[in-house]
Design a protein around this ligand. Structure first.
Ligand SMILES: [Zn+2]
Ligand SMILES: [Zn+2]
Length: 270
């Protein structure tokens, strides 16, 4: 059976400081999910655990008490609304969420590609180099996979995110092309063994259908290696909750995704 978009595991609310829309609240997100026929959605506001030092001020403000303001999340007989977070991986490859605190979340999104954040994510001396960014894509991903995490509830976010080549789109394409298939195969084989989910991110998929040979390559390799996928709109507003559907449908065709390729956590029966 063809892969169905019946879930969205990466959604921000107004509690993320990068989201400026007060109407992006749990009630409206739930209303959208019902309309779209989703069975499972997850709130994943940005989060930096206060037990992990080094957060810049704006990140530190998005602590546990802050993101918990969204709770209790509305529930519906057809839609399960889970509480998760999008944490961070700092420039020393340390996760901004302690292992003990994974229990506070149903699902945790780990972004390795927020490379627009100088010092926080990419060291100052590496910031200008496309070669270094390309290597960081590999090394940061690898670092996460070497952690003792509960991978069955971990999603690897937006791997083909434009931030990889910040500040230019050209850098992004070049940095991605510099990563050999063999490195991707090594990483995605690990992902498949560990059981983490690979995100099909809304913005990434919109870009990918314009340049599928380059931008879908990691996902093609991931699929060959046995990785499982989930959809994450990464929506910061209500409009963005729906604008990715057409692109996602094309990507499902281009990758030939079936229901059996779906991340177990995103499945109806879990
Ligand atoms: Zn992100
Ligand atoms: Zn996000």
């Amino acid at each position: 059976m063809r892969f169905k978009i019946d879930h969205d595991l990466h959604i921000h609310s107004y509690l993320s400081t990068c989201c400026s829309k007060p109407e992006q609240n749990p009630e409206n997100i739930m209303a959208h999910a019902k309309k779209s026929g989703f069975h499972k959605i997850c709130l994943t506001d940005h989060f930096w655990d206060s037990d992990v030092p080094g957060a810049p001020k704006w990140y530190a403000e998005q602590d546990y008490a802050h993101i918990c303001e969204a709770k209790p999340l509305p529930q519906d007989e057809n839609v399960e609304f889970l509480f998760g977070c999008e944490t961070e991986l700092n420039s020393d490859f340390e996760l901004a969420l302690t292992l003990e605190h994974f229990d506070n979340f149903d699902f945790v999104i780990i972004p390795t590609t927020h490379m627009h954040m100088k010092n926080v994510v990419v060291k100052k001396e590496d910031f200008e180099s496309v070669e270094k960014r390309s290597q960081l894509w590999v090394d940061r991903f690898d670092a996460v996979l070497n952690m003792p995490l509960p991978f069955h509830k971990v999603g690897i976010a937006h791997l083909t995110c434009e931030y990889l080549g910040f500040p230019s789109y050209e850098n992004f394409i070049t940095a991605l092309q510099m990563i050999p298939d063999s490195e991707m195969e090594r990483l995605f084989t690990k992902v498949a063994e560990l059981g983490a989910g690979i995100e099909l991110n809304g913005d990434c998929m919109l870009q990918a259908i314009e340049m599928p040979d380059i931008l879908l390559r990691p996902y093609r390799i991931a699929k060959q290696c046995g990785c499982k996928f989930y959809f994450g709109s990464d929506a910061h507003s209500n409009e963005n909750l729906v604008k990715f559907f057409d692109a996602m449908e094309k990507v499902i065709d281009l990758l030939g995704l079936e229901e059996t390729d779906k991340f177990e956590f995103a499945r109806m029966d879990i």
